[in-house]
Design a protein around this ligand. Structure first.
Ligand code: COA
Length: 174
């Protein structure tokens, strides 16, 4: 994933708030305003609108997650997944800042892993910044292990670069 992580802006009571029931559907071009609003708020180095548009054009799996009840069309999160024959590469996993720490990221990741497994993928790979402690905790708790490092992969403040950890999890029917 290409953006510099920020620790989630979690309010003190966020983790005790109930996780909304999520519904998922494919991302469409008319979601991009809402997606970019979230993306630019949670990443110092966000994907551009063009990155998302290109992902849709390329036929990557792109999903948006919203509350099943109440909040209407308001997006809570989104993800982009690229298939590489029998594995998937998680390119973007993002939750709206105000909703961090409520179990939404984990629920989205679990759904993505199940969906990929059902459709024939037997592994999921991703890149993450070593400084992104929330994301690393999420992935480790979900069964991912670090399998490599890509040196100076991400942009960082003041023209610096940050490594990426490559993490992988075999998918199964659990
Ligand atoms: C990373 C992200 C997707 C996690 O989503 P979330 O909905 O906030 O996370 P969840 O509430 O589902 O928590 C899942 C696990 O992540 C970890 N986690 C979440 N927030 C954390 C924090 N602030 N500090 C440390 N660990 C944290 C915990 O292990 C948690 O599981 P547990 O509480 O059951 O042990 C979300 O914070 C986000 O969108 N961040 C900005 C974008 C980003 O960095 N995306 C990932 C790029 S690789």
């Amino acid at each position: 994933m290409s953006a510099l992580p920020k620790l989630p802006q979690t309010s003190p009571d966020a983790r005790t708030a109930p996780r909304p029931v999520l519904r998922v559907r494919g991302m469409r071009a008319d979601d991009l305003d809402a997606v970019m609003q979230i993306e630019s708020a949670i990443y110092p180095f966000p994907w551009t609108r063009g990155n998302f548009a290109d992902s849709l054009t390329a036929g990557y799996d792109a999903w948006v997650f919203a509350a099943a009840e109440g909040a209407g069309r308001e997006l809570l999160g989104y993800a982009v997944v690229m298939w590489i024959p029998d594995e998937v590469h998680l390119l973007n996993l993002s939750v709206a800042g105000a909703m961090h720490g409520r179990g939404i990221g984990r629920a989205m990741l679990d759904w993505l892993m199940r969906d990929a497994w059902r459709r024939g993928a037997r592994g999921m790979m991703l890149e993450v910044r070593p400084s992104n402690q929330a994301a690393i905790a999420l992935y480790r708790n979900a069964g991912f292990a670090q399998i490599g490092v890509r040196k100076r992969y991400y942009p960082a403040p003041h023209g610096a670069r940050e490594d990426a950890w490559v993490m992988f999890r075999r998918l199964d029917d659990e």
